[in-house]
Design a protein around this ligand. Sequence first.
Ligand SMILES: [Zn+2]
Length: 256
Amino acid sequence: MARHGGRGWYGKVAGAALGVTVLATGASVWTAQAGTEGDSTPKATAPAKPGSDVKPVDTSIEHASDAGARGINITIDDGPDPRWTPQVLDLLREYGVKATFCMVGTQAQAHPDLVKKVVADGHRLCDHTVSHNTAMDKKPQSYQSQQILDAERMITEASGGVRPMYYRAPGGAFTPYSRQLAASRGMRPLGWNVDSKDFERPGTNAIVATVERELHNGPTLLFHDAGGDRTQTVQALRRILPRLKEQGYSFGFPVH
Ligand SMILES: [Zn+2]
């Protein structure tokens, strides 16, 4: 089961000293909270690459959209996959939507053409580890480091040098260490607010209904373009994207 990184998000801790971010537009409906894993943040260091342009980013788990008060972040996880990713890319192009692709390192390595296509279409890359171990928060730091840094390298090589801008732990299994490490590599920890549950293949109608029902939770929506038959995901996106546009939403990227 996926762990839900966005739970407890709905402004519950607004006003608490937890690093609450309010969207720049001042809309009070959607606020984003920082990670809730506790205050201790062990130091994590990554090997410095000579001439690297890596700039550290904030270590808190981001949920907000750079597209403003009615911005939506479409995030697509676990690919790329030669069958499903092209279909998702076609849909996104059709509706003029930019998305964030959280890629598994081995998938990126196996399909560099797809990684380059994602980048060429203006989407952003996100590091989703090498092995997609949803229990990696229970693993030693050495394991977490290998999973994150190897995937970063695989994705960057596959893309032809475009680095992932975000890090999303499989199943939301972040640790303070992994957040610190990713952030030191310029990858903002990325959560989600709405799990479409598309991975469970509940039917296209159910996926659409889940998104509409939970949209009030916040702007970052979770879908998948790999890990099984994603026909329902593609069909659901074909309905969700135009509907959200009609409702006045715009599409952007998670705040970096
Ligand atoms: Zn995943």
